[in-house]
Design a protein around this ligand. Structure first.
Ligand SMILES: Cc1cc2nc3c(=O)[nH]c(=O)nc-3n(C[C@H](O)[C@H](O)[C@H](O)COP(=O)(O)OP(=O)(O)OC[C@H]3O[C@@H](n4cnc5c(N)ncnc54)[C@H](O)[C@@H]3O)c2cc1C
Length: 386
């Protein structure tokens, strides 16, 4: 089998297939982990109660187990369970990834799945984490078992395991064409090498649209530029932002999907700053045309629109910023399904801004499905036509 794209999804899939004894070839246009796609920037939020829908909860929970197994197998540091604090402006408000009242939906799912959590009002959340100016009407959910995963290390570890199990990885090898044949799928690459396999997993992230011919199909996936910022820690708070003191935080301060920011504790001492980000869904781009540079005006706008007056621990000076790509579907759900135009190709597009936390379990489920015809975790909610 061939895996095209060895980022979050492709590295997990290549590892899980190879671990089941499958003969795996992996192809990537760059050398993952890299900064050109959707899987960079030091940290990704993970939480078991996923307001995006009940179908996601088993994937997140299984991934939490798998990060531990991969850490033990490789000696990598992947998952830090520093807790996740999610705050909404009040009942019925605050939308994220297609879910209205996402804090309420999270609380509901945590109850249904028996996920350890606490529910706090704004005053209690503020008393516990005084660097945030939550108002009294806010409602908050705290999941102690959540936290963050290191995406670059996770990709590197899974590619290492894939190779350990015999996978052959061809990096800096751009796939230029996929063709279905009677025997399976043929692949052309930019350096003139060809490959063929019975089955191909297409996990090309934000480049997926270039492998879709029909305009309607391509319109299912919209690529949005997102920006991550690392701001200085305000001097009064340098001793209170470590992973031992500060959880991951997500705060909807208004009703709109972009009245929102999230962030992480300081990972490398306060000198490295704290990473904070918001989301945007108004300006679409493509993986090849995206503006990679981040202007000082964008950094200032992030601070003024989201941070000022809300998070006292963050100073107004950005140390650095980075761009990253969301590949978003109309309902913000994943797509894991047969390619409608290319028999033999499985499309794996779990992004919409919330895919990473599920990636280890998605790789496992895809490998199970390709090897035995069915996966332990149900992937049918991610069919293209729904
Ligand atoms: C700013 C930002 C913040 C995020 N935060 C979170 C979060 O906190 N929690 C969470 O769960 N998720 C989060 N996500 C989403 C998550 O990171 C993505 O869902 C996930 O990384 C997508 O992985 P992927 O494998 O689909 O894409 P990628 O990791 O980008 O992999 C695609 C790979 O395909 C390769 N490729 C593309 N075209 C070709 C070609 N023609 N030939 C060969 N190789 C090719 C690329 O080089 C790349 O390596 C965030 C995403 C972004 C951008």
């Amino acid at each position: 089998m061939i895996v095209v794209g060895l980022g979050a999804m492709g590295s997990a899939t290549a590892f899980q297939l190879a671990a089941r004894g499958v003969d795996v070839v992996g192809l990537d246009r760059y050398a993952p982990p890299h900064v050109h796609g959707s899987t960079h920037g030091d940290t990704r939020v993970t939480r078991a109660a996923c307001a995006e829908g009940a179908a996601y909860v088993p994937l997140a929970m299984r991934s939490h187990e798998l990060w531990g197994e991969i850490e033990r197998a490789t000696g990598s540091d992947l998952f830090t369970a520093c807790g996740v604090l999610m705050v909404g402006p009040g009942s019925g408000m605050g939308s994220m990834h297609g879910t209205d009242d996402w804090v309420g939906a999270t609380i509901d799912l945590a109850g249904r799945f028996g996920i350890e959590h606490e529910v706090l009002d704004g005053a209690a959340a503020r008393a516990r984490y005084p660097m945030f100016a939550f108002d009294d009407a806010a409602h908050a959910y705290f999941e102690p078992g959540g936290g963050f995963v290191r995406p670059e290390a996770a990709v590197a570890a899974q590619l290492m395991l894939a190779e350990r199990h015999g996978a052959r990885l061809h990096l800096d090898t751009e796939v230029t064409a996929l063709r279905s044949t009677d025997a399976g799928v043929e692949i052309d690459t930019a350096d003139g090498t060809s490959f063929a396999a019975e089955r191909v997993v297409l996990s090309a992230g934000a480049w997926l649209p270039s492998f879709l011919a029909s305009p309607e199909l391509r319109a299912t996936f919209t690529v949005y530029r997102q920006v991550l910022h690392w701001f200085d820690v305000a001097p009064a708070w340098v001793d209170r932002v470590s992973v031992e003191q500060l959880p991951v935080y997500l705060w909807s301060f208004g009703a709109g999907a972009t009245d929102f920011f999230y962030g992480f504790p300081a990972l490398d001492g306060a000198e490295g700053g704290v990473k904070v980000a918001t989301e945007q869904f108004s300006e679409a781009t493509t993986a090849d045309d995206v503006q990679r540079d981040v202007s000082v005006e964008e950094q200032q706008s992030m601070y003024e629109r989201c941070i000022r007056g809300r998070m006292a621990a963050v100073d107004d000076h950005a140390l650095r910023s980075a761009t990253c790509l969301y590949t978003v579907t109309p309902d913000s759900g994943f797509v894991i399904d047969e390619h409608p135009e290319l028999p033999g190709v499985l499309v794996v597009s779990p992004c919409s801004g919330h895919g990473f936390k599920h990636s280890a379990a998605i790789g496992e489920a895809i490998a199970e499905r390709l090897v035995s015809g069915r996966s332990t975790i149900d992937l049918s909610p991610f069919e293209l036509r729904r």
